[in-house]
Design a protein around this ligand. Sequence first.
Ligand SMILES: Cc1cc2nc3c(=O)[nH]c(=O)nc-3n(C[C@H](O)[C@H](O)[C@H](O)COP(=O)(O)O)c2cc1C
Length: 172
Amino acid sequence: MDLFEAIKGRRSIRKFKKDIVDDEVLKKVIEAGVWAPSAGNLQSWEVVVVKNPETKEKLAAAAYLREFLAEAPLILVLCANQHVCASTYNNRGSELYCIQDAACAGQNILLAAHALGLGACWVGAFDEDLVAHHLHLAPGLRPVALIPLGYPDENPLPPPRDDMEEFIHFEG
Ligand SMILES: Cc1cc2nc3c(=O)[nH]c(=O)nc-3n(C[C@H](O)[C@H](O)[C@H](O)COP(=O)(O)O)c2cc1C
């Protein structure tokens, strides 16, 4: 798939078929994240793969009852590794760069999923403490996104984008 086609054609998918995602396909999706840029190439992010139905339900509850999370065959929980990034970049590392690293990886993951015929959605609205608790996250691992992943069972129209002229500025 052409890159620009993938960028424009990717949609947030919130309805999934029951079909499972093969582990080899999942690896390809995550590998796309691995090749994202990261501050100092520290790759200060980690991902937890959740397939267990009970854990998926707990994550859906932590995301204020977004049931589509539990209905996806799996959820990727993207985490920023604050400790790794702080070791080189101090506060800027723990407060900013590791979040940006996770976001860069996440976008690659969304695009790779789309290119492989999968659907996904970046879910940012959730109770971080609850997610950390359910997944037994080590201190310093901050969950930044829940990404349900599966084969799409909907084909949403693209939500409109603002005109580029409204947010592009030259020289200041
Ligand atoms: C930082 C961030 C947080 C988001 N949080 C949620 C969320 O909590 N729930 C949800 O259903 N979608 C969430 N989305 C998906 C957006 O609603 C979606 O990307 C946007 O409406 C544009 O649609 P598109 O992805 O199909 O282009 C989030 C996206 C981003 C980037």
